[in-house]
Design a protein around this ligand. Sequence first.
Ligand SMILES: C[S@@+](CC[C@H](N)C(=O)[O-])C[C@H]1O[C@@H](n2cnc3c(N)ncnc32)[C@H](O)[C@@H]1O
Length: 216
Amino acid sequence: MEGWVARWYTRTRGHDLASFRAEARRVAKDLPAGAQVLEVAPGPGFFALALAQMGAFTVTGLDLSRTFVEIASQAAADAGTPVEFQCGNASAMPFADARFDFVYCSAAFKNFGTPVAALDEMHRVLKPGGRASIVDLRNDVSMDEIDAYVDASGRGRFDAWFTRLTFRHMLIKRAYSKDQFAALVAESRFGTCRIRTDGIGLDVQLTKDAARSAAA
Ligand SMILES: C[S@@+](CC[C@H](N)C(=O)[O-])C[C@H]1O[C@@H](n2cnc3c(N)ncnc32)[C@H](O)[C@@H]1O
């Protein structure tokens, strides 16, 4: 997403600030002080900024879109919140091995062209024992559930219509089922995961096995 599409997305997702903050609170309570956190594909950076404001965490964002990196970096500067947003691909991350304690990725994984490579990169940049959390749309979501989600978000008429359109014609088609996700993880260096259905999405929890990493 670049240019006006990224700017439209930023505006419309601005309606979901309360849920970004609630999600950041949920994640923050399981992180140790000083944790190094990577958000993969943060887009406008709403979650990354909320998380950085909730504790002594060092938060980094990595996104393919130059427009989003500019928007998120400007938002960080405006808020006086030190989050570094970088341009880069989830499947070839510009980070050293074992740098992060926690990797987070939301509403983006279904768009990755090489999903197993992206999982392997998350595994590589995590410290042994580190965790990753991937939250994304589930492919068996109904349009009634999407309607309820959009209605509850408080979007205006045009944004609500356009949001529904993108779900119906693009996003649901790209989304994974629980079984498809588990199969991707099985192909990756993580090997296993825990998957929970959460509203319109899946919540996938992954851990980099400290014992296997030491043996490798
Ligand atoms: C729908 S937006 C989600 C943004 C944010 N996570 C949120 O919840 O608002 C999808 C994001 O994935 C990013 N993206 C898509 N493919 C990517 C890739 N291969 N590597 C990194 N980012 C990618 C896009 O640039 C965009 O910012």
